[in-house]
Design a protein around this ligand. Structure first.
Ligand code: NDP
Length: 373
């Protein structure tokens, strides 16, 4: 297998390299390059940990980022004072999900939380180097103890979609384990990564869950506990949805024209919310720059929210946010048998380009995961 090589240069400071898949420019799948000489991640802050990656999960954002999506926004996060030249993010390592073992802890990482050898999982924020590498450095508050009952491959299928679902449903949607019992939830797009996770979390919390998906995904989502399935390939999906009892929350994983009808499926004047994960946020900042992009985003979301508020329903944007504490709760739910990992396909480290192509083709039925070591 690949082994990271530790070298010592003449000034005696430690210099190390590791195997990784990197990109040196944005583009289509052929920009992916395997190297044995990627920079070894270094602890820069005392609250950081270095993790040896055993498995890396892929998400649609990896394909988008490969093509340059979010580049302007991520550049600002990495380099707020704009000191570095453009392109300083390269060689860039993709991969937002990881499961692995802690190799080294920063001085402020309390040993009560993490120590060398702990098995952990994490969703890696898009502005950091990703998990398609043998090692990654993360803040301790981004990582969490991996569920004991999952393999690394299974564990790497969960964190990014789980943190996204948590942010959208709990932080933005106001749902929690104690207030779902009588709620009717609609998930537009139930068969992909976010959908297959959200279904299970909401069912564990006692909600009534309806999803839209392709007909050939019905068995999968039923197996995860869904109460009602609507096939969106059979005709305009809003027609059968309008015939159903109204909902307390709609989670939109699909976007496009869904906004024009989905808010009409909500119960009016009782705090019902539409939360969409398909937003132009990063496109705005890529296109207009940070300040104007944020302004544009604020104006768009505020005017939409206001428009819908006048009809008695709430319009919100959902956004991934790193959240180690949420992963702790999710880890417990997994070990209690309430949530399982839905791995559609597993690839080896040498097959990263094939794995990316799989994600790019769409029609996910759960997650695509790469075994790293
Ligand atoms: P996946 O690619 O894993 O899943 C998408 C699923 O939707 C597939 O199963 C696909 O299957 C299905 N689908 C496609 N079109 C429709 C449709 N019209 N109606 C119902 N189902 C449909 O994506 P994720 O679950 O990881 O993410 C979902 C969306 O959320 C993506 O657009 C993603 O970019 C976004 N996202 C946004 C985040 C944020 O921070 N804002 C964070 C994470 C995700 P099929 O085509 O066969 O029906």
């Amino acid at each position: 297998g690949w082994k990271s090589v530790r070298l010592f240069n003449t000034s005696n400071s430690r210099m190390t390299i590791m195997p990784a898949w990197v990109i040196d420019r944005y583009g289509s799948n052929d920009v992916l390059r395997f190297t044995k000489n990627a920079g070894f991640p270094i602890i820069n802050y005392p609250n950081e940990v270095v993790v040896q990656v055993h498995a890396a999960g892929l998400n649609p954002i990896d394909v988008s980022m490969r093509g340059g999506y979010g580049a302007a926004t991520m550049a600002m996060k990495r380099d707020p004072l704009n000191i570095n030249q453009s392109g300083s993010e390269f060689p860039l390592i993709l991969g937002r999900d990881m499961s692995g073992v802690i190799m080294e802890c920063g001085l402020d990482v309390a040993s009560a939380y993490f120590k060398e050898g702990d098995e952990v999982w994490a969703a890696i924020p898009p502005w950091k180097q990703g998990s398609l590498a043998e090692f990654v450095v993360l803040s301790a508050n981004e990582v969490s103890k991996k569920p004991k009952c999952l393999s690394h491959i299974e564990a790497a299928a969960v964190p990014y979609v789980a943190a996204t679902a948590w942010s959208a449903l709990v932080n933005t949607g106001g749902l929690n384990k104690d207030n779902c019992a009588k709620k009717r939830i609609l998930i537009l797009g139930g068969s992909g990564g976010v959908g297959t996770f959200s279904i299970q979390m909401l069912k564990a919390w006692g909600a009534h869950v309806t999803v839209t998906c392709s007909q050939n995904a019905e068995r999968l989502v039923r197996g995860l506990g869904v109460d009602h399935v609507v096939d969106y390939t059979a005709g305009p999906v809003e027609v059968p949805l309008r015939a159903l009892e109204k909902f307390d929350l709609v989670l939109d994983n699909v976007g496009g024209d869904t906004e024009s009808w989905a808010l009409g499926l909500l119960k009016p004047w009782c705090g019902a919310k539409y939360v969409t994960l398909v937003t132009p946020f990063l496109c705005n900042t890529d296109r207009l720059g940070i300040a104007d992009g944020m302004l544009q985003t604020g104006v768009t979301v505020a005017s939409k929210a206001l428009k819908h508020l006048s009809k008695g329903v709430h319009y919100r944007w959902g956004m991934f946010a790193p959240n180690g504490l949420a992963l702790d709760d999710i880890s417990e739910m997994v070990d209690a048998g309430k949530i399982r990992a839905v791995v559609e396909e597993e690839f080896t480290f040498s097959q990263v380009p094939q794995a990316m192509l799989k994600v790019e083709k769409g029609h996910a039925r759960g997650k695509t995961v790469v075994k790293i070591s």
